[in-house]
Structure formats: C-alpha cells, structure tokens
Design a protein around this ligand. Structure first.
Ligand SMILES: [Zn+2]
Length: 447
C-alpha cells in the first residue's frame, strides 16, 4: 500500500458519466482520497509523488472467470458447450496436479493484472483450490473465488461425494474468506445444476448463509441442452430450479442466463440475483445471445465476464466490452442498444456489486483504490473524440500500463511488479504442452 501517498494524473474517467481532462487521483493507503482537476489535487497533496498515464479508469471487474483453465487456451475451438466441457475442458481440469493448478492460476491472474482486471469472480476447479487462493493472494488481485463442486454425472477425477464436497468448501471458507487483507473472499461454487445434486445445491445455500459475506457463484441456462437436461430431471426450468433450492438472491451470481423465460426473468429481478454476461464465450460456443437489454430494463444487475481461456480465448476485458455492445446491437438490430456508457458500468460498478465489495468500481473519494492506467500512444487511439467510446470500442488490454489494487501497485509502466511474468509464462507453457490437440499443426519449415 502507498502509506506515503501517490498522485496519478491524466484523463480521469471516474465513472461512466464523469470525465476529468487533465485530472488526477490521489491515493493514500488503500483508499482514494481525492479526484478532480490535476492542479487542485496536486495542491492538496503536494508531498505525494506524481505519476502520469494517458487515461485512468476504475479497475475492471471480471464477473465470471476461470483462471485455472488457462492452460487450455485453444484446446477446444469450434465445439458446443457440453462437448467442449465433457470432452476437453473437464478432462484437462481433472488431470491438473497441484503444481499445474498453481501455474494455471498464476497465468490467469497475470493476464488479468496485465490487461486491467483488478477484481475477478473466479470459478476454480474441484481439486487443489488452495493453489489458486494462494496465487491470487500473492499476486495481489482482488477476487471472489470458489472451489467447484460436482457430485453427479461428472467425469472420473472430478466426481465427488456430496458431504466431502460441502466439507471441503467449508474448510476453504474458513481458511480464505476475508484473507489477504480482505482482498480475497469466498463464493460457494457448484459447477451447474447438471452436475450437482439437490443436496449439494441446498448445501451451498446453507454455507453461504452461515458465513457473513460469502457469495454463491454458478453457471445457469447457458445452453439449450443444459436446460433440457435440468428440466427432464426436475420438471422445472433451470433458474426456477435454482430458485427452488435457494440459489437466487442478492448474494448470488449466475453466469450466462442466455435461455430464460418470462417467469425466470421475474425471479431474477424479484430476488436481486446478479447476472454475468459473457458475450465472447456465448458467441464462440454458439450458445446464444443473452437477453441483456431486457434484464437491464427489469433492473437486474448485469456484470461482464470473459469466462475461461478455452472459450474466449483471452481474458482481455476491453475486447470483451466491445463484444458486449456489438452483439446486443446486432441482436436488437438497433445501433442505440447498450452504448459505451452502459457497457463501462457493467465492467466496473455493476461487477463490483455482483462481487459484493462496497466502495468499488468508480474513482471516487473514500472508495477503494483499484485504479488502472492506459496508454493512448497507439495509432488505434488517434484521434479520441470521446474517451468512453475509445475505452469500449477501440482500447485493448495491451494498452494497460498501470494496475493498482487497494493502493498497491501491481503493474507500473507496463511491467508487472509483483511477479516474474516471464517465469509464469514459461512454466505454464511447459505444463500446457500435454494438452496440445492431436490435430494441431506441427512446427516445421515451409517449403
Ligand atoms: Zn464459465
């Protein structure tokens, strides 16, 4: 943390409605103490050293991420959800050793820190969850993490006994919820209704109620085969079923919600359940287009997420913002649909609400100092008539040069300061070799 204070100057995008050109953000300890015109802020804090970046924004919140799938980037392109999951991604997750899980998590958090995600709602795997919690804590990212539970119709290596899954979840809640200066919190994480028994889902609610601030994070209604499976087993639509077993409410984050009917949407709105929109994943797995405009009209809080590297294939939050808007525009055949301001809110303050952290998602006096600085020194950023438009439609994660969480600098002038990025990448690449698809082209010289 910056006990001595720091002044960050540049074009300050404090929130979707507030841009201060030639502005500054003063940070002391883990909090923002001033936001305003550069001259005024520097005058108030003359002893704080100044660092300048072209554009300063609130840290982005990844509302649904799988950091530990990072070794599987590109292993299962061109497949639909259930084949993608059961034939490729779950076997990979099942095979990861503790050391490989650590490497995968570090790679995921590194990519997020480099590209501007400062908070993630992270769906881990069944085993070795401690590795990801430790990696997140050591790298300094803010996160709501959870060990995945799968106690039915799951592949070998992932299928668990219900009681053991719930007991392991409770052990992790006690160990990590509120850890690393409360940057790391817990979300009880049943994978999805297809692979979890009623007992497991009801047990998830019981644990979340027992521990203050613990959330629930799961997938819901991403794919039509998935909802047909749940309906055949329970006689209910997927979100109705989750509601029946207690998995809706203001502490619940449901990823996707692509295929919902009128009653399910009413449930989401009435219960204050958060929805995370993952447009790249929904497009790449050909799952469908989530009815985001309708959700927003109903007052449902919609966050934005990249999902996992095997279905995206990046964790770049700026590219995701662009996809988020374009997909809704083409679905509505209306160019006014979800403009840049609305998308920016999903990626910041809405995500913070879903993650359950207060004073997060805006650059504001008294709020948590999660700040990202971007360079606009690229042709793609010339000219910038409207900085919100630039951030959503033209910026990329590669433009991010500065990343701060709780006042701690994780990346400065384009270099990650909390870890050896080269070492993380090379270790991950080595472990990932075993997952190279058999039909991948082999290296060789061209004739
Ligand atoms: Zn997912």
């Amino acid at each position: 943390m910056n006990e001595s204070g720091l002044c960050l100057s540049g074009t300050v995008v404090a929130d979707s409605q507030t841009v201060v050109h030639d502005g500054a953000v003063a940070v002391e300890g883990s909090e923002i103490v001033a936001v305003g015109a550069r001259e005024d802020v520097l005058e108030r804090y003359p002893d704080f050293p100044e660092q300048s970046y072209d554009v300063l924004v609130p840290g982005v919140v990844g509302g649904h991420i799988h950091s530990v799938q990072s070794l599987g980037r590109g292993i299962a392109d061109d497949a639909e959800l259930l084949d993608w999951l059961f034939d490729h991604v779950l076997p990979m997750e099942a095979s990861l050793s503790a050391e490989e899980m650590r490497a995968a998590a570090e790679l995921g958090y590194l990519e997020m820190i480099e590209s501007g995600t400062t908070t993630c709602i992270d769906h881990l795997s069944v085993s070795h969850a401690d590795e990801a919690f430790e990696a997140a804590g050591e790298l300094g990212i803010r996160g709501v993490l959870g060990k995945v539970m799968m106690d039915k119709d799951s592949p070998d290596g992932l299928q668990e006994d219900t009681e053991e899954a719930l007991a392991e979840t409770e052990r992790l809640v006690q160990k990590y919820h509120g850890s690393f200066d409360d940057r790391i919190r817990y979300a009880v994480t049943p994978r999805f209704a297809v692979s979890c028994t009623e007992e497991c889902l009801r047990g998830s609610r019981r644990i979340a109620d027992e521990y203050d601030g613990v959330r629930i994070h799961t997938h819901a209604s991403e794919n039509q085969d998935e909802i047909a499976t749940v309906e055949a087993e329970t006689g209910m639509r997927n979100v109705e079923w989750l509601h029946e077993v207690g998995l809706t409410g203001e502490d619940v984050v449901l990823a996707h919600c692509v295929w919902t009917d009128e009653r399910e949407r009413e449930i989401l709105a009435e219960t204050g359940t958060h929805v995370t929109y993952c447009p790249s994943s929904n497009m790449k797995l050909a799952s469908g287009v989530a009815p985001i405009v309708d959700y927003l009209d109903r007052g449902i809080n919609v966050a934005l997420g990249n999902d996992g590297p095997p279905c995206n294939n990046t964790l770049d939050p700026f590219t995701e913002m662009r996809q988020a808007s374009l997909l809704q525009k083409v679905e509505a055949l209306d160019p006014e649909t979800v403009p840049a301001e609305e998308i920016f809110e999903m990626a910041t303050v809405n995500g913070a609400r879903a993650a359950g952290f207060d004073r997060l998602g805006k650059l504001k006096e008294g709020w948590r100092a999660d700040v990202v600085g971007l360079s606009t020194d690229v042709t793609r950023a010339t000219p910038i008539h409207d900085v919100l438009s630039h951030l959503v439609f033209a910026a990329r994660g590669d433009d991010v040069e500065f990343t701060m969480v709780d006042g701690e600098v994780l990346q400065q002038e384009g270099t990650v300061t909390v870890a050896d990025a080269e070492e993380i990448r090379s270790r991950a690449a080595e472990f990932a070799e075993q997952y190279t698809p058999e039909d991948a082209p082999v290296a060789g010289s061209a004739d």
